[in-house]
Design a protein around this ligand. Sequence first.
Ligand code: CMP
Length: 138
Amino acid sequence: MTERTLVLAKPDAVARGLVGEIIRRIEAKGLTIVALDLRTATEEVAAGHYAEHDSKPFYGSLIEFITSGPLVAAVVEGPRAIAAWRQLAGGTDPVDKATPGTIRGDFALETQNNLVHGSDSPESAAREIALWFPGLEG
Ligand code: CMP
């Protein structure tokens, strides 16, 4: 089933020059980029995006990090795009969970600065795409 998912290449990915590598892996997998934008997230978008984490101890630091500089937001489409992108990204903890061959497994060390984000369900994808790309047509 064709799905869409939200992809973020977070500020650490932009700062480290890994955006090209991340996009290359998305395209090599066969997924299609339907929207792509370099921007610095506002506090409002960051808070909306991470609303489910607002009671976590790392929330303040996470908002500071995600708004700290330019990131790349994208919408990616394809068969089972949500799971496919999460497979490419690897587990949230880049050392304990992400395996070599994944983006986090190959390039990240810290759980917060883990380079990329992907929606975790169709409901999250719809919410996150509407938040980051409100004008995007279905
Ligand atoms: P992401 O997939 O964008 O979803 C939530 C983000 O919170 C996660 O990636 C990390 O950047 C961050 N995060 C999750 N767990 C922790 C943690 N234990 N400590 C710090 N940051 C975390």
